[in-house]
Design a protein. Sequence first.
Length: 397
Amino acid sequence: MSRFRLQPTPAQESALLEHCGHARCVWNLAVEQHAHWSAGRKAAPRFVEQCRQLTQARAANPWLAAGSVTVQQQALRDFAQAMANFFGRTHRRPIWRRRGQGEGFRIVGVDPGDVRRVSRKVGEVRVPKIGWVRFRWSRAVADGVKSFRITRGRAGRWHVAFPVVPEPIAGPGAGAVVGVDRGVVVSAALSTGELLSVPTLRRTEKARLLRLQRKLARAQRGSNRRSKVKAAIARLKARETDRRKDWVEKTSTGLAQNFDMIAVEDLKISNMVRSAKGTVDTPGRGVSQKAGLNRGILANGWGLLVTRLEQKAPGRVVRVDPRFTSQRCSACGVVDREARESQAVFRCRSCGFACNADVNAALNIRFAAGHAVTARGGPPLGGPANREPQRDLLLVR
């Protein structure tokens, strides 16, 4: 998706919120219909039947009839796709949408003249029932756009996104291979010895966030003061998210340009960030510590980094078994859980090899990728476990 910052006027913003309300209402009605279904009952209505019901609802409800039928039908189309993903076991079951969270709608059947450039920095897109809405022209819009999606974040920022098939980035062609170890303290450690970290909020911003969170705890629910504090917190969180996404884009582009094969661990992130609170009968242990670890994993963008790598370097990303990558010595191959002296120091008790623990794991990932490609009949990648040329550079002093 190619996303741009939308710049609606106050009147247009009110109309956009109406579209969001219509899409949310139709989505929630579809969720309610499917919530009543159970084994042995008649199948819940599908997209075509729901569109017929939508026509009847628009005739009986002036509020829906005043909105765009395209917006409302595409909300049903999105719900049908969400249910297909759920039954395909790739996503969770669709749930209710709340006002102010996940606001947005999709427009299809876009004509070539519905997106135009007004000036060097300004473009316009035609939205049904609203007209021309300006957006920031930060880069070229792909030709032949057939649809777009408009969204509103919790920080109150509007965006318009056009579907674009990303162009793959060509590798150097020299057979360069890199292993990437993702962590919480170090976001991404490369087998070359580089340690990359996601930029987070600055110290002053973290202090302000803490003050706002305390103020939010004291604010009365439903008050204007609480709404203002929540908006301020959302703006800080959005700033942190923007920095993380920017880091992911730059890091993934650099890896795709500089290496022909990128090896990462095949991590089940959704399972790793699952809550440990348990149930009332069997409560979990170390719940707060596990919650902190989950926040750290999500804040470092593990999943987004690999997703963007696979999009920018298709066929050049290898997922390897993550077992023992942090406990195996990359020089001699001995597995020893006591070799990792701390979060940052790895020292093999067998051969005496010492280096940064995350870099050692990245070297193991790179070596495992070479084995995986060779086993599939491809050319051997990387070298054996002997890392003598890199050893002097990675020694812990």
